[in-house]
Each structure stands twice: as C-alpha cells, then as structure tokens.
Design a binder for this molecule. Structure first.
Ligand SMILES: O=C(O)CCC(=O)C(=O)O
Ligand SMILES: [Mn+2]
Length: 226
C-alpha cells in the first residue's frame, strides 16, 4: 500500500490507477488516467476517418529486430509513424510498405487526443504520430515501454475501440507489479509524468463480437514523437 501525500488516500501500489471523476487527475502521479467512455461521442467520426487511413496505409504485421512477426497488425497516420524492422524501432515520415508519406492525422483523431490529454492534466498536447493497432483474437502486445519518442514530456494517449481487452500497466522495471485494467470500446487511457516510461502491454485478445468492429479490437495510440 502507498499513501497519496496530497489526499491521504491509500492505493494498492505506487502505480494505482486514477479513474477520472473518482480522484482528481494529477500530472505527476505514477498512474495512468482512465477516462471511461471518453471517445464514445465521437465514435462515428473516428470510425469514418479510420477507413481512408487504412486504405492509404494498410495494416501490416511488422517484424521486430529479433526477427519475430508481431501478432498485432499496425499502421500509422500523422507526420511520422512508428516502425519496427530488423534494424530497430524508429519513427519515419515514410510508410515503408508503399514508399509514400503516412496519411495525415484526421482532425477527429487529433482533437480527441488533445481533449483527453487536457482532461488528464496535460494541456496543449499536439500529437504528431498515431499508431493504429488491430488485434485479432489471440493477438497480444508484450510488456514494453514507449520510449522511441524524442519528447518524453508529452503524455501517451491511448484510445480503445471494439472488443474489450486486458491492459497491463506496471512500473518502471519489467518486474514491477502490474495493474490489470479491462478497457472497452470508447475508453481512453492517458499516461505521462512519472508514469510516462511505465511498462505496459495487452493480454491475448479473447474471441468476441463487437457491434461496430466485429471480431477485432482497434487501439489508437497518440504520441508526440518529434
Ligand atoms: O493496445 C493498447 O491498448 C496499447 C498499445 C500500445 O501500448 C502501443 O501501441 O505501444
Ligand atoms: Mn505502448
């Protein structure tokens, strides 16, 4: 148990989740802010904007530097996109699959990310990269840190759409205990400050059916990369 110095409240770990509304979001807390259903009022705009992005830069399974094909299918929009290949992880202005720039970040995407960050205490967040992840049943994302961005002062904003998933959120080392958060369609998670480099991941997706996205989960993860 740790005690919050400001409120005196106890939480099970130093990385206790802050559910917006229950506790005042804090920039410095070592916790993600979970904004339940925050994206629901723009879900139509998000899904409509996603279609042309995927048509221009299709989802693909990237290969890690260690030679493993990632089970999550990925693509990007924005000024730069996150890419993995045999030489490492980086942000590139060019989609290596088609040799052209990534699709521009839709206004609905950037607006939602800025509003969610502000709600979590990070004013003026202007993402320049949005990694789009599509999970099929069985797909997972191993525990990792988002650390390829130049600007670690900016938070990460992560939007969940489609099937529910278990999001694992740990500490600054791989061995720290992890929170298990069930994220459903429309939930947004924001982490920054002392939690910016926290290890996190996604447990294997369970089979299901979502009325808007069928048998998949889509996650939009917004970063300030440059
Ligand atoms: O799918 C998620 O909820 C997390 C995605 C993530 O951590 C990433 O793309 O780096
Ligand atoms: Mn991540």
């Amino acid at each position: 148990m740790t005690r919050d110095r400001r409120t005196g409240e106890e939480s099970p770990t130093a990385f206790g989740v802050e559910e917006a509304g229950r506790r005042r979001p804090s920039r410095s807390a070592r916790a993600p802010t979970v904004l339940r259903a925050f994206a629901l009022d723009v879900e139509d705009d998000l899904l409509a904007a996603l279609e042309p992005v995927l048509a221009q830069s299709p989802l693909r399974h990237m290969v890690t530097p260690g030679g493993f094909r990632m089970s999550v299918a990925m693509t990007n929009c924005g000024a730069v996109g996150w890419v993995a290949n045999r030489s490492g992880y980086s942000y590139s202005p060019i989609d290596p699959t088609c040799g052209r720039a990534w699709p521009a970040m839709p206004v609905a995407f950037a607006g939602l990310a800025t509003r969610a960050a502000a709600r979590a205490g990070y004013r003026g967040f202007a993402p320049d990269a949005c990694l789009i992840n599509r999970y099929d049943p069985g797909s997972k994302l191993s525990l990792h840190q988002d650390k390829d961005e130049r600007d670690l002062a900016a938070p990460i904003v992560s939007v969940s759409l489609g099937l529910p998933a278990i999001f694992l959120f740990g500490g600054l080392t791989r061995r720290d205990p992890q929170q298990r958060l069930c994220l459903v369609h429309g939930d947004v998670v924001v982490w920054g400050g002392l939690a910016r480099l926290a290890y996190h991941g996604v447990a294997p997706l369970k089979i299901g059916h979502h009325p808007r996205l069928g048998g998949h989960r889509v996650n939009l993860t917004f970063r300030k990369a440059l």
